[in-house]
Design a protein around this ligand. Structure first.
Ligand SMILES: Cc1cc2nc3c(=O)[nH]c(=O)nc-3n(C[C@H](O)[C@H](O)[C@H](O)COP(=O)(O)OP(=O)(O)OC[C@H]3O[C@@H](n4cnc5c(N)ncnc54)[C@H](O)[C@@H]3O)c2cc1C
Length: 295
């Protein structure tokens, strides 16, 4: 890793070392990341990736870490954060947004620009890059409703893909494997700021009424067809079950919350218990929505 740090310094890339994994994800578990790198531009990112490829350095890009669990053993490669690629610009009713912009900021900026269609983003704690990869959605609105195109970096080449070229489906953005999302263009509709603000407040009220506060990774399991996973979990009677620092939320049983000091292992031991119970009662195998990063 010393060699990697030297090269990052030489390239002028902002970096942090021995970073607590807990600070890189919303669930807040896991060991240390040896290096976290924050490229300031696409050209800096390209230079970094070239070096990683040449030297066989492992890396992983993370947004806000709101859909992932960090390994308890730590991560010995480089975590890439594209926070600096956070530009926001408007032309007519289209907006171009950098991968590093947080979803709630995206929603607010669209409201200020009197553009409707991004209200759902306010309560999603991810960033644009992660949201495009996950085809994030809430209360019947989502990324795929307004995404026009996405700029990606793949095999060292920057390219633009129209959304029609992506196989977007429920919580899957269809981004090619190994590609990094740099920015996205959304086609929105002109609206009235007061109406947009009211819609955002309404969605925030719904979220507060149905989802737990505190640290989580959002929904643990994917929907089963059109049926929410929570309906299956409800029947197991496991609501409130605790493993180490992880608790199956009593408010929304497809959420696991960190009661303090939870390990990633606690999360998955509990989640596996839920999966087994659902399988035994209904024959359905729940599929994970939350992703486990391997060390
Ligand atoms: C309290 C809470 C509520 C939530 N509510 C919702 C909801 O209503 N709807 C919903 O859809 N989701 C929800 N989520 C889940 C999560 O916020 C979304 O999936 C979000 O889009 C993930 O974005 P992120 O930036 O945190 O991605 P991360 O978790 O950091 O990454 C997710 C995946 O995308 C990859 N990735 C991230 N950025 C890039 C990039 N620039 N290029 C290539 N790959 C990248 C990562 O490697 C990883 O595989 C919720 C989560 C929490 C904690």
């Amino acid at each position: 890793m010393r060699r990697v740090k030297r090269e990052l310094d030489r390239l002028g890339v902002l970096l942090r070392t021995d970073v607590a994994g807990a600070s890189l994800t919303t669930f807040g578990s896991g060991g240390e990341a040896a290096v976290v790198a924050y490229p300031k531009s696409v050209s800096e990112l390209k230079a970094l990736l070239l070096f990683f490829e040449k030297e066989g350095v492992r890396y992983r890009v993370l947004g806000a870490g709101s859909n992932v669990l960090f390994p308890d053993e730590g991560y010995r490669g480089v975590i890439l954060r594209l926070d600096s690629l956070n530009a926001f610009s408007v032309v007519g009713s289209s907006v171009t947004v950098g991968a590093g912009l947080p979803m709630p900021v995206f929603a607010r900026k669209c409201r200020e620009a009197r553009l409707s269609g991004a209200e759902y983003a306010e309560g999603i704690p991810g960033k644009i890059g992660g949201a495009v990869c996950m085809n994030a959605a809430a209360f019947g609105m989502g990324v795929s409703d307004s995404l026009r195109s996405v700029d990606i970096l793949l095999d060292g080449e920057k390219m633009t893909l129209p959304s029609s070229a992506l196989k977007m489906e429920y919580h899957r953005g269809g981004i090619p494997a190994g590609a990094l999302v740099l920015s996205a263009v959304f086609d929105l509709q002109e609206g009235e700021e007061g109406h947009i603000a009211e819609k955002m407040r309404e969605l925030a009220r719904k979220r507060a009424a149905t989802q737990p506060f505190g640290r989580s990774a959002g929904s643990v399991f994917r929907r089963v067809g059109e049926k929410p996973a929570a309906l299956y979990i409800e029947e197991t009677g496991l609501k409130g079950r605790v493993v180490g620092g992880a608790e199956l939320s009593t408010k929304h049983c497809n959420f696991i919350v960190n009661r303090g000091g939870a390990k990633t292992e606690d999360f998955f031991v509990l989640a596996e218990e839920v999966r087994r119970a659902v399988k035994e009662r209904t024959g359905v195998t729940l599929e994970y929505e939350t992703e486990r990063i391997l060390c």
